[in-house]
Design a protein around this ligand. Structure first.
Ligand SMILES: Cc1ncc(COP(=O)(O)O)c(C=O)c1O
Length: 409
């Protein structure tokens, strides 16, 4: 199917504006994506027609709100090919999903002396919850190394890391600062052979490529709605049903109980056991619309376009004279590029680019340990989505050339 990608821009009113007098080039999609009209319209419709609390009422609006919320759960199950909607827990986002597993699964399954295996390219969201668990339990964190020069996971070291005391292996699908795409199905298979539980951080992948949790073979997978055309404040934690049923609650409160007495309570089955309190109902409805929108375009098409933009940008940046360091793999990368211009701080690049209407991100990208390994404190990052164009990349590279001239390098 041939897609006119630039026509899709009309679905995103925010893109049609000037910033500091220049047409906006939005290249901060790895932080959060922009929102299509269809998603915004779904939120408006929900609040104007159906708004009520879920699961509690027996009036029409509550029934409608509950139906919308549960339809979103079923849609999320189809979106990642889960076996059942009972495997879908709504969270605030990837960070909360990982914290939920570290807290609830960790309390039951991790003891002093156990190991949690991570990779050196994890986002802080997939490091700090495990550090907190390690502090509580006396467990230890171990990391699969990243090859410093090309930014790939050193899979030759994986088997050596999968020792009998490893309880869980948590890995990112796509690195938010390197653009590396990890072979998660293979990584999970190797862990599973040894009876190790697995978690995939799909924050950067869920809205960018097809995700099939059965094919990946993971026990948990977490993603955020706001990075894939959905609203902020809603995310999904997938958990394999057998694993979820054995997990204690995460937080206590309304919605998650069967029966409460003064001194003890009993819990609902998964996923409701993990959703205490009033959930983000409109967020789920908006996420439903976002998933429909993405699948109308087709995630295989989005993945291909992403990779084309990533490769185009990488090649164009490589041709920049005056000194540029590019991070991450040369080929097979996702649609983002991290870089440093010689002798110019990443924050200066981002600040001057902003004056030219180009929205980039500069900093450690919540990857401080990885930055340390790469020997830098920060990078500048351009991250793309399907509504971006090669013309925008040309404009961005031109701006970088001007920045080099401005700083005299
Ligand atoms: C790889 C990765 N994991 C986790 C997160 C955290 O996502 P959120 O802030 O939506 O919870 C991000 C956000 O940038 C990310 O890029």
């Amino acid at each position: 199917m041939t897609i006119d990608w630039s026509r899709l821009r009309a679905d995103f009113p925010i893109l049609d504006q000037k910033v500091h007098g220049q047409p906006l080039i939005y290249f901060d999609n790895a932080a959060t994506s922009q929102k299509p009209r269809a998603m915004v319209e779904a939120l408006r419709r929900y609040y104007e027609h159906d708004n009520a609390n879920v699961h509690r009422g027996i009036h029409e609006l509550s029934n409608r709100a509950t139906a919308g919320f549960e339809a979103a759960r079923a849609r999320a199950a189809r979106f990642i090919n889960a076996r059942s909607a009972d495997e879908i827990i709504f969270t605030r986002g990837t960070t909360e999903g990982i914290n939920l597993v570290a807290s609830a699964w960790g309390a039951k399954n991790v003891r002093a002396g156990d190991r949690i295996l991570l990779t050196e390219m994890e986002h802080h969201s997939n490091i700090v919850p495990w550090q907190l668990l390690a502090e509580r339990t006396g467990a230890k964190l171990v990391y699969v190394p990243v090859t410093g020069d090309i930014g790939l996971l050193d899979v030759s070291r994986l088997d050596g890391c999968l020792t009998p005391d490893v309880r869980l292996f948590a890995m990112t699908h796509i690195s938010n600062s390197l653009g590396t795409i990890n072979p998660v199905a293979d990584l999970c298979a190797r862990a599973r052979q040894r009876g190790i539980t697995t978690l995939v951080d799909a924050a950067q992948s869920a809205g960018h490529r097809p995700i099939d949790v059965q094919e990946i073979g993971c026990d948990f997978l977490a993603f955020s709605g706001h990075k894939m055309c959905g609203p902020t404040g809603i995310g999904v934690l997938y958990g394999r049903q057998e694993v979820l049923e054995k997990m204690p609650p995460y937080q206590g409160g309304g919605e998650m109980i069967l029966n409460v007495a003064f001194h003890q309570s009993t819990w609902k089955h998964a996923p409701h056991r993990f959703e205490a309190g009033t959930p983000d109902i409109s967020g789920a409805v908006g996420l439903h619309a976002a998933m429909d929108y993405l699948d109308n375009i087709g995630r295989p098409n989005i993945a291909q376009h992403d990779q084309e933009l990533g490769a185009y940008a990488y090649a164009a940046l490589s041709r920049l004279k005056g000194g540029i360091r590019l991070f991450g793999p040369h080929i097979g990368r996702a649609g983002l590029v991290s870089f440093l211009l010689k002798d110019i701080h990443a924050h200066d690049v981002v600040t001057v680019a902003d004056q030219r209407g180009v929205a980039l991100r500069g900093g450690h990208h919540c990857n401080q340990p990885l930055m340390g390994k790469l020997g830098v404190e920060s990078t500048a990052r351009a991250s793309f989505y399907f509504y971006n164009t090669t013309e925008e990349i040309d404009g961005f590279v031109e701006v970088l050339g001007e920045i080099q001239k401005f700083f005299g390098s």
